[in-house]
Design a protein around this ligand. Sequence first.
Ligand SMILES: Cc1cc2nc3c(=O)[nH]c(=O)nc-3n(C[C@H](O)[C@H](O)[C@H](O)COP(=O)(O)OP(=O)(O)OC[C@H]3O[C@@H](n4cnc5c(N)ncnc54)[C@H](O)[C@@H]3O)c2cc1C
Length: 425
Amino acid sequence: MQSSPYNSDDNTKQTCSVTVIGAGIIGVVTAITLLREGHSVTLIDKDKPGSGCSFGNAGLLARSSFVPLTSPTTLLQAPGWLLNPDGPLSVRWRYLIKIIPWLYNYIKAGFSNELKQRGEAVYQLTGPSVVLFEQLAASVGCSDLLVKTDYLQVYRTRGKLLNAESDMNARRDLGFNISTVDADKLREMEPDLSTDFKWGHHILGHGYVKDPQALVLAIKQQFCREGGVYVEQAVTDIVQNELSCEVVTAEQSISSDKLVVAAGAFSARLLAATNINIPLETERGYHITCPQAKVNLNRPVMEGDNKFLATPMQMGLRFAGTVELAGLDAPLNRRRIKSLQRGASKMLPGLDLEQSSEWLGFRPTLSDSLPVICTAPNNQRIIYAFGHQHLGLTCAPMTAAVVADLVAERQPCIDISRFDVKRLI
Ligand SMILES: Cc1cc2nc3c(=O)[nH]c(=O)nc-3n(C[C@H](O)[C@H](O)[C@H](O)COP(=O)(O)OP(=O)(O)OC[C@H]3O[C@@H](n4cnc5c(N)ncnc54)[C@H](O)[C@@H]3O)c2cc1C
C-alpha cells in the first residue's frame, strides 16, 4: 500500500498532548491525523463540528484549482463584476475603508510575477486530495459520501471560454485532462442545462463530497471512538506558558504541550491574544440548496460567467459560490441570496426553489490567496493551519499531514516555505 498520512507505519514518533481549536474540515482532519500518530488530542469548537464554513461549501475536491484567484485575468474583470448586481463579486461599501490595506496587497499579489510559483505551492495541497480523502473516508467508514467525478465549467459566449483558457492551460501543464465542449455535447452531458450555455470545459480527475458537514461529523465521531476528546465550548483566550499552552473557555482552561489553531476565518481574532496580528480577511460566500429541484445534474457544474458551482448533493441540488467583502460581523445579505436564486434559475430552467435553504459562510483568505501553515513566530508550541480560502475542503488532508510533521518537529512532507505567516506580518 502507498505510504500516506492515513496508513503510516513509522513507530519512532515522539508523542505529546495537543489541543486543536476549530472543528471545521481543517481541524477535524488534523485532529484525527494527530491522534493516529499517537498524540493525545483534544478538539474544541464553539459549535457543533462542521457548522462554520465547512458546513455549506460546494463539496468539490478541486484538485486542479491551484491557480490563485488573484490573477490578472480575474482582477481585470472585477470592476465589471462589481457593477453587475448579479455578478460574482460584491462589496459592502462601508466595509471597504477597513480593508484597503488588505485589498491593496490582494491586488498587488494578483499582478506579481510569482503567480506560477504560488500556484505550484497550492498544488502540493490540492493535488493529492482525492486519493487522501478516499483513504481517510475508508478508515472512518464514510466512503459513501465521496464521489469520484469529472466536472464541467460552462459559458454563454466563446469570449468567456477563451478568458478561462490560461487557467485551463496551467492545469493541462500539470497533466489534467481538459477538453473543450460545444453546445451539442453540453446538451448530451447535461440535458437540463439552459441552452444559453454554448461552451464548456470538461475537466477530468476530480471528486466531490455529497454532504460536507456529514463528512466532518463522521470524522469527528471516529476521532472520539479512537480516543480523541471533543469539547464544545468557545475559546476566549490563549495563555502561553514556558512548558505548555492553555486554551481558556468560560468553563475551564485546557493545558497541552502543543496547540493547533484551525479556527478558519476567526483564527486571527484568537491569535490577537498571543500578540500576533494577522491580516486575515473573509471572502463571504453563499449557497442555496434545493431539496426538490425537479431538474438534474450528472456531475458538478461551474457556472463560468458568474462563478458559482451547482453540485448534486445528498440533500438536494446546491448552488454555492460568489464573493462578498463585508467582514465577519455583517448579517446575511438577502440581495446575494436573491442573486444566486436568479443565477440558478437561469442556469437550470425548471429549477424548483421551493423549500430551498439559504446559507452564508466565511472563507478565510489572506491577501496572496495562500494559506498559513507554520509554527508561530513567537512560540514553537503553537501551530497555525488556516486561510484556505476557496479550497479548504480540498486542502484538508495535506494540511493535516503538514501539521502532523510540525507537531512532531519533523521535516514537512512538502515545501511549506510559501505558507509561512512571516510573509504577512
Ligand atoms: C460558498 C462556498 C463554497 C465553497 N466551495 C468549496 C469547494 O467546493 N471546495 C473546497 O475545497 N472548498 C470550498 N469552499 C471553501 C471551504 O469551505 C473553506 O475553505 C473551509 O471550509 C475552511 O475550513 P476551516 O476548517 O478552515 O474553517 P471552518 O469550517 O470555518 O471551521 C472553523 C471552526 O472554528 C470554530 N471557531 C471559531 N472561533 C472559535 C472560538 N473562539 N472557539 C472555538 N471554536 C471556534 C468555528 O465554530 C468553526 O467550526 C467554499 C466556501 C464557500 C463559502
